[in-house]
Write a protein that binds this ligand. Structure first.
Ligand code: ADP
Ligand code: MG
Length: 255
């Protein structure tokens, strides 16, 4: 079982889009996949076709020890992967977990019991370096970082890389950066090309070969509760995420 956190402390950089589409593409490729929604906004939950308002249990109950993962997980009706959903309840978890022992290890513990159930677990992290993200990073073997190729992207990246180093040193020796995924790419923008080249120079083969273009179909899909890779399979965005899933399946063979 490979557990990956999809993380970037910036909001709106494509974490959720990447998590949902990668999960659906992996499932379509026959990989047993679990998506963990760790964001109180519940965007990955809605984007997977599950109504966040009507959840009996969610990742919140699992983190607090009020329900097991087996009780809380559901199947994405559109994406055909398992989903540990989230909603606004999760916003309170941060505070309520403070008194708990090993509070950054709660998700890891919940997943340990399901070692045999999945090939891939993908964790959609919230846009912060909070206790929730820390739970994601402590549970994961690696981090996938989606980023836009814009001027400030590199600056934000160093904060995240430093956090990953600290977690690696103190809490999770398994943790490493799996790769950087260029998303919402506009091939006509000169700055994008420059930043993209700079990323390759600094991070070498930590930069995934797949580049996800800016594509309106990927942005439309969530309002239908269908992952973009299934919503319009022929679109450039869907094709990119399908290619990314194939690249991930190859990449994990080298880990
Ligand atoms: P995050 O989870 O990092 O906050 P999202 O995945 O929610 O980011 O993406 C932010 C917004 O950008 C959403 O409205 C999403 O639909 C849109 N978006 C993400 N990736 C693409 C893309 N490749 N092309 C067009 N729109 C995208
Ligand atoms: Mg998100």
């Amino acid at each position: 079982m490979h557990i990956f956190a999809i993380a970037n402390q910036k909001g709106g950089v494509g974490k959720t889009t990447t998590t949902v589409n990668l999960a659906a593409a992996l499932a379509a490729a026959g990989q047993r996949t679990l998506l963990v929604d760790l964001d109180p906004q519940g965007n990955a939950t809605m984007g997977s076709g599950v109504d966040k308002q009507s959840l009996e249990n969610s990742v919140y109950q699992v983190l607090l020890g009020l329900a097991t993962l087996a009780e809380a997980r559901v199947v994405s009706p559109s994406g055909k992967f398992d989903l540990l959903p989230a909603n606004r309840d999760l916003a309170g978890a941060e505070v309520e977990m403070v008194g708990l022992e090993q509070r950054e290890m709660r998700l890891k513990e919940a997943l340990t019991l399901h070692n045999e159930d999945y090939d891939f677990v993908l964790i959609d992290c919230p846009p912060s370096l909070s206790l929730l993200t820390l739970n994601g990073l402590c549970a994961a073997h690696g981090v996938v970082i989606p980023m836009q190729c814009e001027y400030y992207a590199l600056e934000g990246l160093s904060d995240l890389v430093n956090t990953i180093k600290k977690v690696h040193a103190n809490l999770n020796p398994d943790l490493k950066v799996i790769g950087l995924l260029r998303v919402m790419f506009d091939p006509r923008a000169a700055l994008g090309q420059q930043v993209s080249a700079e990323l390759e120079k600094h991070f070498g083969d930590k930069v995934f070969k797949t580049i996800v273009p800016r594509n309106i179909r990927l942005a439309e899909a969530p309002s239908y509760g269908v992952p973009g890779v299934l919503f319009d399979k022929a679109s450039k965005g869907a094709q990119a995420y399908l290619a990314f899933a194939a690249e991930m399946i190859e990449r994990v063979k080298t880990l």
